[in-house]
Design a protein around this ligand. Structure first.
Ligand code: SF4
Ligand code: SF4
Length: 350
């Protein structure tokens, strides 16, 4: 009895306050990032409104890549937010509370349908992760946990409203408490939930196009020694999807990440990917990410690619210098094309 009143009283308020703090802090950092990124824009206010508005609309740039998935995600999130706020049972609880707040509730049948739609989409998300080998390989336990945490309050609420499990021993007696606990767990989850861009190792070539397209400087890459290191600042990300849209390899993904520590690591940067750099065959300077060179090397197989831009320039200059009538006769005649274009290795000649 004491446990139930604790769950329905103080614990509910604590988790609700945590949720509010989490949402307020996230919105504050979103706004700051958008304002900061608008500094070099001509029409700052328009850019700020458009970017902030896009957060709540399905015009996410990444949505273009997977429209069906994007629409389902959008519907899922609408149900996730609308049902708990406008459910008649919840509205009447607010009216009975000390605040005595009241607003128009959804018709019960519509709330039921929205709950069933949310549950159906959640099942699709789980099946999709299990059925597609690529998605499965890139799914962590946290991704499944996230879906389950979102679904449990809706499932238990549906059972509570319809008396579905009333005859089931134990669960039938405590379904109301189970519904509140799962709702509180979801509040905590949302408070510590962050956006996170992931650069898929099996696909990412380290080209850094995503960094160039990121409007807020959330994604950063630095070449340090033999590595190109990608960093990500979770509080700066505005979930615009520009990185996903730009990536030529379909390697950038926007994911959710849950973490207590992340909440307090306001200025920290996460190291999300290291890529090895390849040296120039001519001067030894590190000039290109190894996976990118490998990828290009599958189509263009000779050593022109394996020299850095400076050495290519020098080779061309040398070639044209030898062609010049002023040096003709004083040097060995140049070959038919610049030295950097000549097949040196990896070249098949039939
Ligand atoms: S644009 Fe794509 S391939 Fe290039 S670094 Fe970013 S994630 Fe990797
Ligand atoms: S990391 Fe990607 S989603 Fe986040 S702000 Fe940059 S481009 Fe947008």
């Amino acid at each position: 009895m004491y446990f139930e009143s604790f769950v329905e009283g103080p614990l509910l308020w604590i988790t609700f306050l945590l949720l509010l703090v989490g949402i307020a802090s996230r919105l504050t950092f979103f706004s700051l990032s958008i304002i900061r990124s608008s500094q070099d824009k001509d029409f700052k206010l328009g850019y700020q409104f458009a970017t902030f508005g896009r957060l709540f609309l399905p015009f996410h740039r990444a949505a273009v890549r997977k429209p069906l998935y994007a629409i389902l995600r959008y519907i899922f999130h609408i149900c996730l937010i609308v049902v708990p706020i406008w459910l008649s049972g919840h509205v009447s609880l607010w009216l009975e509370s000390r605040f005595e707040w009241e607003w128009t509730a959804l018709p019960d049948s519509l709330a039921d349908w929205m709950t069933l739609i949310l549950l159906g989409i959640a099942v699709y998300f789980i099946v999709r992760r299990l059925a597609s080998s690529y998605v499965r390989m890139n799914t962590s336990k946290n991704d499944y946990l996230l879906i389950i945490m979102a679904v449990l309050p809706f499932l238990s609420g549906y059972f509570l409203a319809h008396g579905t499990v009333d005859e089931v021993p134990f669960i039938g007696n405590y379904i109301g408490t189970i519904h509140i606990i799962t709702g509180e767990a979801m509040f905590v989850f949302v408070a510590f939930l962050f956006c996170r861009t992931r650069l898929n190792e099996s696909r990412c070539t380290g080209c850094a196009s995503c960094e160039v397209s990121c409007p807020t400087g959330t994604l950063e890459s630095n070449d340090q020694g033999k590595l190109r290191i990608f960093n990500y600042s979770h509080y700066q990300c505005i979930c615009c999807g520009a990185c996903v849209n730009t990536c030529p390899e379909d390697a950038a993904e926007l994911r959710h990440e849950f973490g207590f520590k992340r909440f307090f690591q306001i200025f920290s940067k996460q190291r999300i990917r290291d890529v090895e750099m390849e040296p120039c065959l001519s001067c030894g300077a590190l000039y290109v990410p190894e996976p990118l060179l490998d990828k290009i090397g599958k189509t263009f197989t000779h050593d022109y690619l394996r020299t850095c831009p400076n050495c290519r320039k020098k080779n061309h200059m040398e070639f044209y210098r030898k062609l010049s009538p002023w040096t003709k006769g004083t040097q060995e005649s140049p070959k038919a094309c610049p030295p950097s274009y000549l097949p040196m290795r990896n070249t098949q000649i039939d």
